[in-house]
Design a protein around this ligand. Sequence first.
Ligand SMILES: [Zn+2]
Length: 491
Amino acid sequence: MARPRVAIAELSHETNAFARTRVDLAFAERCGIVRGAEVIVRHRDTATVIAGFIDAAQEAALELVPLLAVWITPAGPVTRTAYETLVGEVVHGLQAAAPIDGVLLSLHGAMVAEHALDADGELLRRVRSAVGPQVPVVAVLDLHANVSPLMVEQADVLIGYHTYPHLDQRARGQQAARLLARLLRREIRPTVSLVKPPMLPTSQCMTTDRPPMRVLLDRAQQLESDPRVLDVTIAGGFPPADVPEAGLSALVTTDDDPVLAQQLAEELAALAWELRYGFLGGVATWEEAAEAIRSIRRGPLVLVDIADNPWSGGPGDSVELLRFLLREGVRPAALALVRDPDVVNYCFAAGTGATVEVLLGGKTDDLHGPPLQVRGIVRLLSDGRYVNAGPMLAGVTVDLGRTVVLRVDGIDVLVTERAESPIDLNVFRAHGIEPTEQRVVALKGKGHFRAAFEPIAERIVLVEGPGITGSDLSRLPFRNIRRPIWPLDPL
Ligand SMILES: [Zn+2]
């Protein structure tokens, strides 16, 4: 028997509706779109969803037809042209490759386009209409997906990551491809139920190694041990997408048992609601952070500004962490990162060893604090490319664009052309900085940094400067979320 032909594609973007930078085609291209056979070459043996598709395809003797893959750095909405071009490429790829027996997709689930609030649902709708109702479509979503009824309706199975930091991307890719293989053999008949309690948690308390998510996932795991249950996903959601479906989702897939799926999804949604206050807090004041720094023993203290997190759509150019470290006289310290292409240009022209005076950061908008005048020494110039050591996204190449290590009063600041979240120790080591030798390692992030930095940290302190990715949702001028919703409204 011929091997089933399974198309694979990744089009992943987490959209922050309040971010100024739009995702046009040039932005998407800069994030590294790969096509055809290159999709396999680039992802094989990495900690990614597509690597999981590849693993399970080998095991189940599926022939993969790779179409396109791009993980677009979180930013503002995707332009109409970029969306139509990229989604069009996937759809045309499916038509050109016909006949196709199945489709595997790696999506985020919180993508918004200028003309489609539920951009992932719309993508799935188009994929479905390209392949017809009989061809199984299985998609993997991020744990921060805002899962919608349209997504559920258009796909046969949706599986969300079960971990945050997202360490199980490859495992979820494998699971998705195995379920697709079972669908192709007609061994299962997935029935899916989605229940969304009226809650909009932010993600600084959403990491899955502690309550409330740990409690929810323990229960999910218990339920998954029932052979009638194919998958249980708790997606925490991504509030700044500002869409009606923003918020937490309980998504249960059973084998031909819609009543059980509904019952279990309702149970989990009720449990999430009961645990909702556990999603609040977790952020220190700047005074508390200063106190924590004064009591460091060996270091490093890992200090994280959650309000300018590039992987939640923050511009990455806030200098509030640097302002704070300079004021507190902390050294040695290292900071990743401040995106400022003008300063990068200037430092490249000045050369290694030069002393420069620059106005750093705070230039994208007026939501992330003002720039900071600094005098520093250009310690190192690089192309900003390094390979993650892991555990999260191990083996994946990161591209910060041209990067400068600027030393300002004993603080090594990574100044970059592009904004990515510093989640890997190699962000420093690739630039000649040893994170374990710092008193303070300052990062912009939310939860992913924990996978690599928690093991080296004496202590972790989250703070919040001005910005669009913080824990205080009342800062954001929402227009499209459903109301009333916790914690914004009395419920
Ligand atoms: Zn995520």
